[in-house]
Design a protein around this ligand. Sequence first.
Ligand SMILES: [Zn+2]
Length: 631
Amino acid sequence: MYSRSFESSQNLHESQSVMATILQNLPKECSLTKIEYEGPRIALHTNKPQFLLENNKILSNIVGQIKKRIVLRIDESIRIDEGEVQKVAEKYVPQESNITDILFDPALGEATIFVKKISEIIKDEKIINNIILESGWKISFKKTPKNMVTIKNINKIIRNVSDYRIQFYKRIGEKIFREKLDPNIEANLNSLGGFAEIGRSSMILSTNESNVLLDCGMNLYTKDPLSKFPRFDSTGIKPSEIDAVLLTHAHFDHTGFLPMLFKYGYNGPVYCTEPTAYLMYILYREYIKHYGSEAHYTDTEFEKIFSHLISLNYNIVTDVAPDIKVTLYNAGHIIGSSSFHLHIGNGDHNFVYTGDIKFGKSSYLENAVWNFPRVETLLIEGTNGGREDSYMSREDAEEKLVELLNKVINNQKLVLMPAQLVGTSQELLITLDMLIKQKKIKKCKLYIEKLVTEINSIHEFNLEFLNRELQQSIISNDYNPFRSKNIASITDINTQKLDSGIIIYPSSTLNCSSSVDYLKRISNDPGNLIIFTSKPPGMTIGKEIIDGQRKISLNDEDLELKCAIETIYSFNSHSDFNQLNAYISRLRPKLRKIFVNHGERSKVQNFSGYSTKVHNISTQYLQNQEAIKLL
Ligand SMILES: [Zn+2]
């Protein structure tokens, strides 16, 4: 550990050279009032933003020189009152765009204007700039989603801690931009959870300067603490000694333990994409609702995460520690999901952690990114690492789906499709709505729960994370599957009258408390059909049914399934065996070593052996509580 005085004298040195470069490159007209650290960025505050808005090349030139992220901030002294912003915005926003809400983040001086129609605003940069200049708030526009509740709740949380956040960003910035203590570099990867298993993904990347935690999941399918939580005990690293937490995506097996990390002393930054943050909020809330007094944390405890959040966009290099830079790339798994490219030391080692990836066709996301600038070590997920996990092509799968659905829908019956709440639910909803639109299946109702509508809303206002085609079609108001007229709400599965249609049920395992009600509604009629689109893990009702069990016991009720059961796994949000191999083939020339995680032992074992042989790169699956030397 270093002493306080050493730290501040080194900081002075670092800040002097960076600040000198910035000042040399900024003409007087910029009218700077303050330069300070803001988390992983350097914030330039001005009371005359016009010059830099009109000459934005000046800032990109400086970024090119100092290789640090810069953000333009408008001095608080020229900001108008929040209540006045609406009037200013209405002067410049076309009436047909229809402003519905404006949310403020006073700590950063940012305002988000929600509009029903966004196409005209995107076309005209002047609209944003005029509002910025007249209001003194840094403006961005978002399309108003159907449900604003989560967005407003998170805004309320961060507003309540504005003063804390201003200090927090400074504290984190000073830590990140301090001088390195040791010119040499060593790096280890400690596996804490989700290795040779699925359910509690977590690992620590440790160097002689810093500890960065990658994912922080919890396994919901066991009560044993030794299998439920990441094994922090095996590293000797205390939560307070972790410098940064990076989250690949919102699924609970990658984020569920994070509130406990805060509970036990972590108070550093949490980096993830914006959709990940919003989805996490909903998933924590639902976890507490579901587990009640058995939940491991409360609302107030998980809300602490959001005052420590630093959202990142794809493809932007960000310093998260003095010797580690991260770039997030689209992973194609769910909205906002990322693969991490971690640049360790001064180009000494490049490590890619894929997170959960989909390297294949999706109805709403782009394919996972594979063209990283440099990669020596790859850690890839192996959920579908068994040879039996090769699924039919997406085209064939759609054909099979159409055939199965038409039989049932033409007979006025019901289809139940268990799906992950976040990911497969959206994939299916969009695919099914498209199939109806293309008249491949007869017009019918697509039933979803209110919770799925809420998750859909996070997609609707984070359009930049959807694939280009869908993004364009929603922006231009040509077609928005999240507002399709075919969608109908499930309000009460026990009593509600249902027309013939398809129920997208947001639990792929069928282990939820409401599963029994849905199964009761479907199972008695041989004309009805259940289609599984992913293989649920062991010890779940879904797995029992797929394995052929037709008499099941759920919530103390016995049920006989008389309906038809089918599986089509190609709509899965994970890559299948072939897609995992195709991904490695693309990366192959650059790789030295591959590790595999996130998959049952037999799958990661099989995949490691296959990859070593076929790709001719040493591939190894790790277990939990191992330490691997990267550098
Ligand atoms: Zn996932």
